[in-house]
Design a protein. Structure first.
Length: 207
């Protein structure tokens, strides 16, 4: 590790939550009476924030309600998971201890809302490792654009060349690399790791 700063994604990187997120659309839309969810919908919402996916659901399925009301309902579902059953990947804390001992300054930048991140990281007792927690919702776009990474280095007081990014999702790895960051691809059960390994600068396994 020759970087002074590190930006960590949360879902699929620090915590083993991607199976729960992958089921959220089905869980919520089933409650709303949608019986079949096309695969194109699942693929389309992968890089989206909750607000973006809420607008998409309303338009695609002609749902009643506002983006705000859908966000509230889906956040309630996820909040229960974050507070109760989503776990830390087994080797994460050991790795964070290592970086901390080396003086690396760390933050979290995720597409998940700040409230949900706080619920989970507090319960898992790793929030103190990070200078701050940043949600893509604060910059208005998901990780299909690099805005959240740029805001993270602004807050860290770092630069692209001094910062390493940890991500599990192909689209996010691609976004960070295209922006000029050195990217570590993190193994996750819900992503094609062969493709991750081809795209990332290096890889790591926290299982």
């Amino acid at each position: 590790m020759n970087k002074k700063y590190a930006i960590f994604d949360m879902d699929g990187t620090l915590i083993d939550s991607m199976p729960v997120w992958e089921n959220l659309a089905e869980e919520y839309l089933t409650i709303r009476g949608v019986k079949a969810i096309p695969n194109e919908v699942i693929e389309a919402i992968k890089p989206m924030t909750l607000e973006e996916s809420s607008r998409y659901f309303i338009n695609y399925f002609n749902l009643s309600g506002t983006p705000e009301s859908l966000i509230k309902d889906m956040s309630t579902l996820m909040d229960n998971h974050y507070k109760n059953d989503i776990e830390l990947k087994p080797k994460v804390k050991e790795y964070l201890d290592k970086l901390k001992s080396q003086g690396v300054v760390m933050c979290v930048a995720s597409s998940t809302s700040t409230a949900l991140m706080n619920s989970c990281l507090d319960r898992l007792k790793i929030k103190s490792y990070f200078e701050f927690i940043l949600s893509s919702e604060e910059v208005g776009v998901g990780k299909n654009k690099p805005d959240v990474y740029f805001e993270a280095i602004r807050r860290l007081g770092s630069s692209i060349k001094d910062t390493i990014v940890y991500e599990d999702a192909l689209f996010a790895i691609n976004t960070a690399k295209q922006a000029g960051f050195y990217v570590v691809g993190v193994l996750d059960k819900c992503e094609d790791f062969d493709k991750v390994a081809q795209l990332a600068n290096e890889t790591i396994n926290f299982y």
